[in-house]
Design a protein around this ligand. Sequence first.
Ligand SMILES: [Zn+2]
Ligand SMILES: [Zn+2]
Length: 195
Amino acid sequence: MRQMNSLDDYLREAEIAHGHLCAGQVLGVRMAMAGLARLAISDPRGADRKRLVTYVEIDRCATDAIAVVTGCRLGKRALKFRDWGKMAATFVDLESGKAIRVAAKESSKELARRLHPEIATKNQQQMRAYRELPDDDLFSFQEVRVEVGPEELPGYKGERIVCDQCGEGINFRREIVRNGQVLCQGCAGKSYYTV
Ligand SMILES: [Zn+2]
Ligand SMILES: [Zn+2]
């Protein structure tokens, strides 16, 4: 079995994928590594790649870093976005059914300031401290259960249904049936745009 990459390996990759290295990247890499370690998933992008689904609760720098470490991507349906604005992610082992939610502690920012008062900028302070602080100073961990339905899984093959109103195709059972009509989310009134 391949060994899990080191923090530095992942940070180098994250920097390339994200365009810059920042405190959020360091936190994201650490968060994913800590979550995977607790699930005993050591080769998330190789032998274990079909075992893992990751739910992220924020769309920031850390999210890109989490995708790098886990190999979970939106386009593979292995990365699920829940727009909660929270620096947290849940790692789900489909094989064992175990899931671990990892949330960044609010106190980690203050710890970073205290650990490196000699560093002038907050981002630099945090970048250094987030490398050095132990997992339990950075994160809280929670064993949780996540029901991942068959239509949520990577590789789900279901029939495509056509919306009775707009005629566009709908995948993955996202249709809404109302008064005998099959509607897409937009036509059912959940649109995020107006025309
Ligand atoms: Zn960034
Ligand atoms: Zn429609």
